[in-house]
Ligand binder design. Structure first.
Ligand code: 5GP
Ligand code: ZN
Length: 112
């Protein structure tokens, strides 16, 4: 999608600090970290949010979770939070599906 920030990050039109990449997904550090470790895992294909997941694209979403498990295992992170905001009221600001992975501090519940 030509006007999508994260599609531009995938295409290297906008620089990012890579954590992991394969043919289906890309992971990179958040520019405004909310925890000592905060990175984003995104599908390379444009999906606008969790609300747009269906049978045609759910395999790549499952793959994103395999990647989250692999990255955190490789980083030696045993406790972390995965967040995906859907829609503006929930705090979504980039409308390309992404999973925040946050770790390294105590987390509160319920989230704000
Ligand atoms: P959302 O608000 O949609 O849940 O999450 C979007 C995230 O993308 C935010 O945490 C924000 O800091 C991050 N972000 C926005 N622009 C950029 C950017 O250009 N580079 C990186 N690495 N992260 C970004
Ligand atoms: Zn996109």
């Amino acid at each position: 999608m030509s006007d999508c920030l994260f599609c531009k990050i995938v295409a290297r039109e906008i620089p990012s600090k890579k954590v992991y990449e394969d043919e289906l997904c890309y992971a990179f550090y958040d520019i405004d970290p909310q925890a000592p470790t905060h990175f984003l895992v995104i599908p390379k294909q444009h999906i606008s949010s969790v609300a747009a997941v269906d049978a045609s694209n759910s395999a790549v979403v499952a793959h994103c979770f395999e990647v989250i498990a692999k990255i955190t295992r490789d980083m030696g992170i045993g406790s972390f939070r995965v967040v995906s905001n859907i829609g503006e009221q929930a705090g979504q600001s980039v409308f390309h599906l992404h999973f925040h992975v946050l770790s390294g501090r105590d987390m509160t519940w319920p989230p704000g």
